[in-house]
Design a binder for this molecule. Structure first.
Ligand code: NCD
Ligand code: ZN
Length: 348
């Protein structure tokens, strides 16, 4: 049995840090565990231009604990008015790493997203030619489509046609949640990969409605039935270079979550890596943890893996995580894995 594993420091390929007081309160949980993270641009207003991204990057660096090495990898929010030349210039200058496509209305702060993919084709063509990756929130927003089917329908209606039309565009299917998504990515050639969250590896949709409604398990894409969680576990632990960790840690205050129309998002930054080790242990795949957390992501993005290392150390008793953290914006509840987690992280 493994009791200590040393791996290259992981990166988080999908993260929400927010801004102002929330940013100050949450950044340290990520910068303690991760060397780099893809920073989601869904602020209000969104991060649309490279100038917006540079300013946001400065705020992140100012909020970061001084002792931690941490490199935010900035993204731009794609709108129907986005400027392809600004995107390509920002990418070439190293100011941005990717562009994020939110279908309008698909999730938190996505009102400025894309309604008609035709309108952004010229920008996507420039991105494809310059090698700028597109991160995709893969859900249709058609209210006629059942919420549990929105990822599979997005693949049929949007993603598969886009892949056929622009096969050179590098795509990351963010927070994949279904076996349909897993097989699409597996069979899609080298230009497509997917991130998987820790919470989608730990809970299925029953957790959201176990004995009552549990708002802290509500996120988008919503957790699916058990066969999908099982497919995600197989993909994440397989070692396949097409899958890598993106926590989608998405802090909202309890006041924003606990109301008649509560926000979507799970705040996992404090315990994501410990929970991930637990999942890999359960699947008897700890030997593949480094690939999923630290190697496959940089390989897809064309970046070197981190040189530093961390240790995951198995404890004799379950580790206690805080239930909540205090922030200047209000309390935020930490993801409850709903199962004992025995792993602790030590920086090496
Ligand atoms: C994210 C957020 O709160 O910004 N919420 C979520 O449920 N994951 C947005 C997103 O990534 O969909
Ligand atoms: Zn997200």
């Amino acid at each position: 049995m493994y009791t200590r594993i040393n791996i290259k420091t992981p990166d988080d390929w999908h993260l929400h840090l927010r801004d102002a007081e929330m940013l100050k309160a949450v950044i340290g949980y990520t910068s303690f565990h991760f060397a780099r993270a893809i920073i989601m641009p869904n602020l209000v207003p969104p991060v649309v231009t490279t100038a917006d991204a540079s300013a946001y990057r400065e705020r992140i660096m100012a909020a970061k604990p001084k002792a931690d090495f941490f490199k935010p990898l900035m993204t731009l929010y794609l709108t129907e008015e986005s400027d392809g030349d600004d995107i390509v210039a920002g990418f070439r200058d190293g100011l941005i790493t990717a562009v994020k496509l939110y279908p309008a209305g698909a999730t938190t702060n996505s009102a400025s997203g894309v309604r008609d993919i035709e309108k952004v084709m010229p920008v996507l063509e420039k991105m494809a030619a310059a090698g700028v990756p597109l991160c995709v929130h893969g859900e249709v927003t058609d209210p006629e489509v059942d919420i549990f089917d929105r990822e599979a329908v997005f693949i049929d209606r949007v993603l598969a046609p886009l892949r056929n039309r622009l096969p050179e565009l590098r795509i990351v299917m963010e927070h994949v949640t279904t076996e349909d998504g897993v097989s699409f990515v597996e069979s899609g050639g080298t230009g497509i990969a997917a991130t998987i969250t820790v919470h989608h590896l730990m809970i299925n949709r029953n957790a959201i409605l176990a004995g009552g409604i549990r708002p802290h398990y509500y996120c988008l894409p919503v957790a699916k039935r058990e066969k999908h969680r099982s497919a995600l576990r197989t993909a994440a632990t397989s070692g396949s270079e097409k899958f890598f960790l993106g926590t989608d840690s998405a802090p909202h205050t309890d006041a924003a979550k606990l109301q008649p129309c509560g926000c979507a998002g799970c705040f996992t930054a404090p315990n994501a890596l410990a929970c991930l080790a637990q999942v890999f242990e359960q699947e008897q795949k700890l030997g593949n943890l480094e690939k999923f957390a630290s190697l496959n992501g940089p390989a897809f993005y064309g970046l070197p893996p981190n040189e530093s290392t961390i240790s995951l150390v198995r404890q004799p008793e379950p580790v206690k995580f805080p239930d909540k953290i205090q922030t200047g914006a209000g309390e935020v509840t930490v993801f409850d894995p709903g199962m004992p987690v025995y792993w602790n992280i030590e920086k090496g």
